[in-house]
Design a protein around this ligand. Structure first.
Ligand code: NAD
Ligand code: G3P
Length: 341
């Protein structure tokens, strides 16, 4: 694990998968970057025109990216594999990957979701389905809105892996003049930060849609971070991880940006659109809408109080109106500001 790989595969050609393939290709000009897409027309556009216009408009992809819809072709001889499909489709996707991986493969998970029905984090799903050592799986998370990175606007991120040497090797293969990866061995804290910020961004979006101001949104963001930190710590994550790029950093970016699909979904709900109608207005993945119930279930299993998540889940399942959300949150018993309980 001393040199960046000369063949890197990215599975999932949506907005983050395509942007990440571009980043990896920029960082490793001598490498062949293989981007796996489900749809043949996306493969054709990438190979013939070096664009993926549905997700990245007219941004031109580096010439060392090629696309395929054949998983086996994408994975053969590839020591570094990046996964960027919607969280709820990961398990099925991995079943197609099984049997095609190199023995000492390193996996990077870009996904920010919790699996419904099992409450498993993406690194846990990967380890379970592919029967890999947890040391082979890294997660990357941080304030990383795809379109800004595709435009080469500077940002930082976190590569988390229980194996520090592998985290450092992966980070070293992602360095460009617009992307700075830090390393961390707190995989739980990094993943939980990325998962729960999507739920908090839904709440902030609802505030936006209701025309509420910055005091309200700052309160939701800050208390959202408190409940995220409580859950991460209950699961074995570290408090300082949640003060870092994958916690506070990503929460601020997502809650502040009109590019965020989760904040957008929340804004639509706040404006009175029904949950069932969100798909008509948004074609891209808003993971928080799918993961929120699993986050709440995991929190209850671990006796962690997550009132904002609870309110978002109630709005999503139709048992709370967006108009009643503020009363529900403000009417709770007073307590100390600290993180625990
Ligand atoms: N877009 C971002 O800015 C961003 C940044 C960081 C992390 N993420 C995370 O990355 C993951 C992927 O998000 P995205 O933004 O690329 O989503 P997206 O909606 O832009 O694209 C998803 C891609 O997955 C494909 N897909 C959909 N259903 C599938 C299935 N059943 N099996 C296989 N492929 C399927 C789609 O065709 C598309 O290519 C999410 O977990 C998201 O939270 C996104
Ligand atoms: O567009 P969102 O809401 O999925 O957020 C994208 C990234 O996770 C921001 O870091």
């Amino acid at each position: 694990m001393t040199e960046p790989s000369h063949r890197i595969a990215v599975l999932g050609a949506g907005s983050w998968g395509t942007t990440f393939a571009k980043l990896v290709a920029d960082a490793n000009a001598a490498a062949d970057v293989i981007l796996w897409a489900r749809r043949e027309e996306v493969v054709q556009e990438i190979n013939e025109r070096n664009t993926n216009s549905q997700y990245l408009g007219d941004i031109v992809l580096p010439s060392n990216i090629s696309a395929t819809s054949d998983i086996a072709e994408a994975l053969v001889g590839t020591p570094l594999v990046v996964l960027a499909v919607p969280a709820q489709s990961l398990r099925a996707q991995l079943e197609a990957v099984e049997g095609h991986l190199e023995p000492d493969v390193s996996i990077i998970s870009l996904m920010k979701g919790l699996e419904r029905g099992t409450d498993l984090r993406m690194s846990q799903v990967i380890s379970e389905v592919l029967e890999l050592n947890i040391d082979q799986i890294a997660v990357l998370s941080g304030p990383n809105l795809a379109m800004e990175i595709a435009r080469k606007e500077p940002t930082a991120s976190v590569v988390a892996c229980s194996n520090s040497e592998r985290a450092a090797w992966i980070a070293s293969s992602l360095v460009t003049d617009y992307f700075r990866p830090y390393t961390n061995n707190d995989v739980i804290g990094v993943e939980i930060g990325g998962i729960v910020k999507n739920v908090i961004a839904l709440a902030v979006g609802i505030c936006d849609g209701k025309g509420m101001g910055d005091n309200t949104k700052a309160s939701v963001i800050t208390r959202g971070l408190a409940e995220t930190t409580r859950l991460a710590m209950a699961l074995g994550g570290q408090q300082e991880t949640l003060s870092g790029l994958a916690g506070l950093g990503d929460l601020v970016a997502t809650c502040a940006s009109p590019l965020s699909r989760n904040r957008t979904a929340g804004r639509l709900l706040g404006q009175g659109h029904a949950v069932q109608d969100l798909a008509q207005h948004m074609t891209q993945t808003a993971e928080g809408t799918k993961s929120a119930a699993a986050v709440l279930h995991l929190a209850r299993e671990n006796k962690v109080d997550m009132p904002i998540t609870e309110a978002v889940v109630a709005v999503l399942d139709g048992t709370l109106t967006v108009d009643s959300m503020a009363n529900k949150l403000l009417g709770r018993q007073l307590k100390s500001e600290g993180i625990p309980t």
